[in-house]
Design a protein around this ligand. Structure first.
Ligand code: APR
Length: 169
């Protein structure tokens, strides 16, 4: 059974086997958490991302972690849905980001992984709905990952993630 923790912090400081970044389809980097991850991992990350991209929304693809400090070995690039009001399959695409990230983690033998609140920033996904999807999908996806850390960058997101955990305890 996977252990899920909700924490506040900067995902580039996480002490896990793999961190997930909320990428765009090019995998060349951007702002938000993707910008922070690319700054921390160095310029080789954009080169590696460009070599394997594009990545369609709902999918996840892995690269090495380059200049990130150990034990982080992999960066898993997940492309979330742009929020268009909820009637365009956004929930399914967001759930797929978490499911595919865990599948990619399993392929890499990852035992601990950190997720940001995918799609809730630039892409505009309501944080409360996204938190419920994240927790429900992680809890319902068979995986050999032992430890999942949901990293909130602000108190509002942390509260939504905690509420989603409590609602499914
Ligand atoms: N650590 C953890 N979480 C972070 C960090 C960080 N260092 N920086 C930002 N976040 C949080 C944001 O506060 C938000 O809750 O990550 C969440 C996702 O927001 P975005 O990074 O804007 O990602 P998203 O909404 O999925 O938009 C993706 O933005 O940066 C571009 O290239 C990216 O085009 C893509 C789009």
């Amino acid at each position: 059974m996977v252990e899920i923790e909700v924490v506040m912090g900067d995902i580039t400081r996480e002490n896990v086997d793999a961190i997930v970044t909320a990428a765009n389809e090019s995998l060349l980097g951007g702002g938000g958490v993707d910008g922070a991850v690319h700054r921390a991992a160095g310029p080789r990350l954009a080169q590696a991302g460009g070599a394997i991209g594009p990545c369609e929304p709902g999918n996840a693809m892995a690269t090495p972690a380059f200049d990130l400090d150990p034990p982080v070995r992999h960066i898993i690039h997940a492309v979330g849905p742009v929020w268009e009001g909820g009637g365009h399959g956004e929930a399914d695409v967001l759930a797929s980001c978490y499911r595919r990230s865990l599948q990619v983690a399993d392929e890499l033998g990852v035992r601990s992984i950190a997720f940001p609140a995918i799609a809730t920033g630039v892409y505009g996904y309501p944080a409360d709905q996204a938190a419920r999807i994240a927790v429900a999908t992680i809890k319902s996806t068979p995986t050999s990952v032992h430890r999942v850390r949901l990293v909130a960058f602000d108190e509002d997101t942390r509260q939504h993630l905690q509420a989603a955990m409590a609602a499914t305890a």
